[in-house]
Write a protein that binds this ligand. Structure first.
Ligand SMILES: [Zn+2]
Length: 474
């Protein structure tokens, strides 16, 4: 990893203090800039549910079969023949699930393989971004523990349409399957609909619809325009030219410093609690499951279900909290006349614990993506700064103090004895990495994320650049 990092740095300039920021699209984006994906909950009738299950099972089987032959070729160090396998499985499945859906699943598998090959190529050229540990070939649509296929359907953009009954519900018609299924959820955007993905997530069906905001559909598919909310992404005008720097974490979800001298702490609050609560729920269910399974007790399946439930619930709850925080932060930054935002992106090389690393990096990417998308609504640009010492470095002396101490969330400078909120210290270091010297922090405003929105926190103890002991204002 260290070697990889070195090569990456020589690629971008070599000197860590002069490291350029990277645009988010180069790092994360796989979709078009103007595309926003909405998620709707489907409420099928009993018959529709059975029908969806059958279709989804065939789709999943197709994905797994074509993926198996491709993986086999890859691991046997043979050429993965995308075209030939495509043809073979298209012929085999078009009668089972229709030509449009067969084609969509195969296309998606092609995309997955092509991006895997692209990463392998980058790796060979030592150009792999430090956030990617190791490229892995596309996986199966399968629950590894149960050995069962997971249920997923893909519908081509012209093979379905959405009818809204009111702003919170309506129907989605799948033309090839004569299914008209009810949905609930708000459609926030207007524009051209893309490939619909239907996923079964812990007893619930969800529809994911990418909308190319403001774009009209092609003439042969007039029904492919979804009329939701906005048909432009940027709805607000920039107010000024300030620059903000963000350190993301679990205690402080966002620690922000602005060139104007403002500092904002968005505290995770319940995020941390929920994170650890569900983590232990998952771990407990897992260990009980494995214990029973190893002893041949059939009830292990019940604990696997409990594990899946915790996985789903934690995702839902964290998603809600994170999205609330992202919306709030974007609005705050806009009101503070921010034009550009630099976000510190950790290497996380010290975390060798595979699971924790994957969970964290997954949420980190998700949060970055959401932040990028929501900031766009205000015309604010998000850039990435790779960092790995920003939390250990002193933002006053710009060195890593030998005995650097972090005490109760405070970074204590060894030379000046000054104390500064540890996360703001990191945010100032991120600024320094892209040549901004922030010295004028005036006051810190603290907020806390809850399930009912973001609340102001009243400091009990005031002090310059110091993390106040806080309690929520009720
Ligand atoms: Zn210092």
């Amino acid at each position: 990893m260290a070697g990889q990092r070195k090569q990456w740095m020589s690629l971008v300039g070599g000197n860590p203090t002069a490291m350029p920021a990277i645009e988010v699209p180069n790092l994360l984006k796989t979709k078009k800039e103007s595309v926003r994906t909405i998620r709707l909950r489907l409420l099928p009738t009993k018959q529709q549910d059975e029908r969806l299950r059958k279709i989804a099972d065939i789709c999943s089987k197709l994905w797994n079969e074509v993926n198996y032959v491709r993986r086999k070729a890859f691991f046997e160090k043979k050429r993965v023949n995308i075209e030939e396998t495509y043809k073979e499985y298209y012929e085999r499945y078009k009668k089972l699930v229709g030509s449009a859906t067969t084609q969509q699943i195969l296309n998606k598998n092609n995309e997955a393989w092509n991006s895997f090959f692209k990463l392998l190529k980058l790796k060979k050229e030592s150009k792999l971004p430090p956030s990617i540990k190791k490229p892995t070939p596309p996986g199966y649509w399968k629950d590894k523990i149960l050995g069962k296929r997971i249920k997923r359907i893909i519908i081509r953009s012209d093979r379905y349409y959405v009818e809204q009954v009111n702003s919170d519900e309506g129907y989605i018609t799948l033309k090839d399957f004569s299914v008209k299924v009810k949905y609930v959820g708000r459609i926030k955007w207007s524009g051209k609909q893309g490939r619909l993905e239907i996923k079964y997530e812990f007893n619930r069906w969800f529809a994911y619809i990418p909308i190319e905001v403001g774009v009209m559909p092609s003439k042969n598919n007039p029904k492919g325009y979804i009329r939701g909310g906005c048909d432009i992404i940027q709805r607000e005008k920039l107010r000024g030219e300030e620059v903000a720097f963000i350190d993301m974490g679990l205690n402080n979800l966002f620690a922000v410093v602005v060139t104007s001298g403002d500092a904002i702490l968005v505290k995770g609050g319940v995020v941390k609690f929920e994170y650890y609560w569900w983590k232990s729920e998952k771990r407990n269910a897992q260990s009980t499951r494995d214990l029973m399974r190893n002893n041949g007790l059939k009830v292990w399946r019940r604990f696997h279900r409990r594990y899946l439930r915790a996985l789903f619930k934690s995702g839902e709850r964290l998603r809600h909290l994170y999205r609330t925080a992202v919306r709030f932060l974007a609005k705050e930054l806009h009101e503070r006349s921010v034009k550009n935002v630099y976000l510190g992106y950790p290497y996380m090389i010290t975390q060798d614990n595979g699971n924790e690393y994957n969970t964290n990096i997954w949420w980190f990417r998700k949060l970055t993506q959401w932040l990028y998308d929501v900031l766009k609504e205000y015309g604010i640009e998000l850039l990435i700064v790779f960092e790995d010492n920003t939390s250990r470095e002193c933002s006053i002396c710009h060195v890593i103090h030998e005995g650097a101490r972090v005490y109760r969330g405070l970074y204590i400078c060894e030379r000046t004895e000054k104390r500064i909120n540890a996360d703001l210290n990191a945010a100032i270091n991120i600024a320094y990495k892209v040549s901004y010297d922030i010295k004028n922090i005036k006051k810190i405003e603290s907020f806390v994320v809850t399930h009912n929105g973001v609340k102001t926190v009243t400091p009990l103890r005031r002090g310059i650049a110091q993390d106040p002991a806080v309690k929520p204002r009720l």
